[in-house]
Design a protein around this ligand. Structure first.
Ligand code: ADP
Ligand code: MG
Length: 264
């Protein structure tokens, strides 16, 4: 079993402290949802854990199976078994999806002989057009196709722990259902000798969690986890909004977010 452990994590961008002491533990087979309003620090959390440049860790630790993750380069974290599905997947002209996955598997010491067959099977399962398998990564894909593509990569790489930063943003209902179901299945199955996936699902909408069933729900507001609970907490959020939870003050960013169900 694998465990990602985040302890007392404080992090800043420039001199602005954004994460103000986060504690979270995610183990194989568990789905943890982190929900919070715009500007709460959700993407910052995913970036700091994965090693995106531009953040300063002020305090705390992040370990994967006891090994210090913060001391590793981003690619080392990926090889160690951490995977980030980005909120806005990057287009990489000139770099083919199948080449990326071949290199990624090889760097993990995993076989690549059957990759074509695995890719085709995964593409069918996730509803991703096979034509895109040999095209530049994410280039000219719709929002939904990009997220299907990211989910396919996640399934092929089979990391230990996946962080999904708003898997549901930019997705239509069908793509959301297909992607969420695929991740849910990964969290339940030990595929090809891998332990079931541990998931940190960052979202501000309950709808993702209809298919991807969380074991625990954490509310992140202003850089802190203000409440944790079971799946019922996500349903309660939908009716009460974030303002009902202690420590959540209205933020300027939230009031202008027309697409945010929970805006103040
Ligand atoms: P969320 O994903 O919860 O909407 P973010 O983690 O993206 O929130 O942002 C949290 C806060 O940190 C926001 O106030 C945002 O403006 C600020 N922030 C994030 N990244 C940067 C950055 N690179 N430069 C300056 N401020 C940033
Ligand atoms: Mg974000």
């Amino acid at each position: 079993m694998s465990t990602l452990e985040i302890r007392r994590l404080r992090a800043a961008v420039g001199d602005k402290e954004i994460l103000k002491g986060i504690d979270l533990t995610v183990s194989s087979g568990e789905v943890h949802a982190v929900m919070g309003p715009n500007g709460a620090g959700k993407s910052t959390l995913s970036g700091v854990v994965m090693g995106k440049p531009g953040y300063t860790v002020l305090e705390g630790t992040v370990t994967l199976d006891g090994v210090d993750v913060l001391a590793m380069a981003a690619w080392e974290r990926a090889v160690a078994g951490l995977h980030l599905v980005m909120q806005y997947p990057t287009e990489v002209p000139g770099v083919m999806l199948d080449d990326v996955l071949t290199e990624a598997l090889a760097s993990r010491g995993r076989p690549t002989d059957d990759l074509d067959a695995i890719l085709r099977a995964e593409a069918e399962r996730i509803g991703f057009d096979e034509r895109f398998l040999h095209r530049p990564l994410n280039v000219d894909l719709s929002g939904g196709e990009k997220k299907r593509n990211e989910t396919l990569q996640l399934a092929v790489l089979a990391p230990k722990i996946a962080i999904l930063d708003e898997l549901d943003s930019g997705l239509d209902i069908d793509a959301l259902r297909d992607c969420a179901r695929r991740v849910e299945a990964m969290s339940n199955e030990s595929a090809a000798g891998h332990e079931p996936l541990g998931v940190l699902a960052i979202t501000h909408y309950n709808r993702l969690l209809h298919e991807l069933k969380p074991d625990r729900v954490h509310i992140l507001a202003q850089g802190r986890i203000v409440t944790s609970g079971g799946p019922e907490l996500a349903a309660q959020l939908e009716t009460d909004g974030y303002a009902a939870f202690a420590g959540v003050e209205p933020e300027a960013e939230s009031s202008s977010a027309l697409d945010d169900l929970f805006s103040f």
